[in-house]
Write a protein that binds this ligand. Structure first.
Ligand SMILES: [Zn+2]
Ligand SMILES: [Zn+2]
Length: 452
């Protein structure tokens, strides 16, 4: 198999792998780099050469996997875009949001090539979709050549799939982004069992050691206690969340905590893209058993939108819980604006429940815990830092030990590392070398062609 990692900046970035299996030209994921702007955020598609793609497989709808799909699909109009059923509706919704963000960035940063695609391209993309059920094999043909594809549930986020290719009896598995733990709204991953031939493995948490007595459940309990404490001292609690998946899971967790009496009833505000996605999640639940999220819990929680008259430095008008995207307090989002009202008052608290890139406002706020001010740049507001700021480890990615165990049982002859920073990849590289002596390990250079 020929393989090129097209993610030009390495690390996590703009995920896209090109593989050639027999006569099939296949692209797995078509991401957009979250930290780069303009065409520099795209995978380096030119490295595929002048080929025509036959199949594009979308593992899930986070933008680092999905963000450039309309662009590459329209350049290869005959390619089938294979994905799981939930992604048929989620992908267009996420992409429409992305077009709107790019249009704003065009104004703000003068990036003339933005938006990279239009709403029309998203509509056209839907014609190329080919939905596959989980754990159901589909054969795809090209002349006399044939390849079998199976999507396996990968946990992580609704619709997320690990992808298994079977070509001339060889089994090749792309893990995609994986979470083995069940979330409140979504069962955990069920990846294909070994022996397989080639495994392309995500390594997100390779540099993160977790003590054996910290579990997802214990972190959830710690978080509920922290929120209860903030409310008990008369403060408001801001929980910044990712729109896709985490917002809906937190709604469910907070609803259950109120129902069981662990949290008091209180004003509840939620806003951002995640609230719109609640309708999509409810729809997916009503059509399949792939998710456990019922939109009626919004009524039970008496969820209200965000007050529009927030002003930096003026405390939030209503005490309560604020569940807002974005998860990393990215500028211009409801969580960013709300943080500027909440941070200067010591009764308030901020609870981070997901990964924060160190360069985002959320990452900077977490890193500067010993400082007494925080600068909200786009609001030009230097805030005194008095509210409590805490972080809970509720990652959407599997622990490194679980993934290493999976790799070992897979007995893969070749393992290709992906989706991780250099330190994360090197932990996997060392660990797997020790445990799988005969396996060939590859941490590919972006843009270089390998035979695996
Ligand atoms: Zn993801
Ligand atoms: Zn990812």
């Amino acid at each position: 198999m020929k393989l090129i990692d097209l993610n030009r900046h390495g690390g996590i970035g703009a995920n896209a792998h090109f593989i050639q299996l027999g006569s099939f030209n296949i692209l797995i994921d078509a991401g957009l780099h979250p930290k780069h702007l303009g065409r520099d955020a795209l995978p380096d598609y030119a490295q595929m050469g002048g080929i025509e793609l036959d199949l594009i497989v979308l593992t899930h709808c986070h933008l680092d996997h999905l963000g450039s799909l309309p662009l590459i699909a329209s350049a290869h109009p005959r390619a089938k875009v294979i994905t799981s059923i939930p992604n048929l509706t989620l992908a267009p919704r996420m992409l429409r949001n992305s077009v709107n963000v790019m249009k704003r960035q065009r104004e703000e940063h003068g990036i003339v090539e933005y938006p990279l695609f239009l709403h029309r391209d998203i509509a056209l993309l839907s014609r190329q979709f080919f939905a596959q059920r989980f754990q159901r094999s589909e054969k795809h043909r090209k002349d006399s050549d044939e390849i079998e594809i199976i999507l396996h549930p990968a946990g992580h986020v609704v619709g997320a799939a690990a992808v298994e290719f079977i070509y001339k009896k060889r089994r090749i598995v792309f893990s995609g982004d994986v979470l083995f733990d069940a979330q409140r709204t979504l069962p955990g991953a069920q990846l294909p069992k070994g022996p397989i031939d080639t495994l392309i493995l995500e390594t997100t948490r390779g540099a993160t050691e977790r003590s054996p007595d910290t579990t997802r459940e214990s972190e959830l309990n710690r978080m509920i206690d922290a929120i209860a404490k903030i409310l008990a001292r008369g403060g408001s609690c801001l929980i910044p969340v990712f729109a896709l998946g985490r917002m809906q899971e937190m709604l469910k967790i907070l609803y259950e905590a109120q129902k069981s009496g662990r949290l008091p009833r209180c004003p509840f505000h939620a806003a951002g893209l995640g609230m719109d996605l609640c309708n999509y999640f409810d729809n997916i639940r009503s059509k399949s058993n792939l998710i456990n999220f019922d939109i009626r819990l919004l009524q039970q929680l008496k969820v209200k939108p965000l007050e529009l008259n927030l002003r930096p430095g003026r405390n939030l008008p209503k005490k309560g819980i604020y569940l807002l995207s974005s998860g990393m307090l990215v500028e211009h989002t409801p969580s960013y604006k709300t943080a500027a009202s909440l941070l200067p008052f010591k009764e308030n608290g901020l609870c981070f429940v997901g990964y924060c890139d160190p360069d985002t406002p959320g990452g900077k706020l977490l890193a500067g815990k010993d400082e007494d001010t925080f600068f909200f740049e786009t609001l030009d507001y230097l805030a005194p830092r008095r509210a409590s700021v805490e972080k809970f480890d509720l990652s959407g990615h599997a622990n490194r030990d679980e993934l290493a165990d999976y790799a070992v049982q897979s007995e893969a002859r070749s393992i290709v590392l992906t989706h991780g920073d250099p330190e994360a990849r090197s932990w996997f590289s060392d660990e797997l070398k020790k445990r799988l002596e005969k396996t060939h390990l590859l941490d590919p250079e972006p843009g270089v062609e390998y035979q695996v």
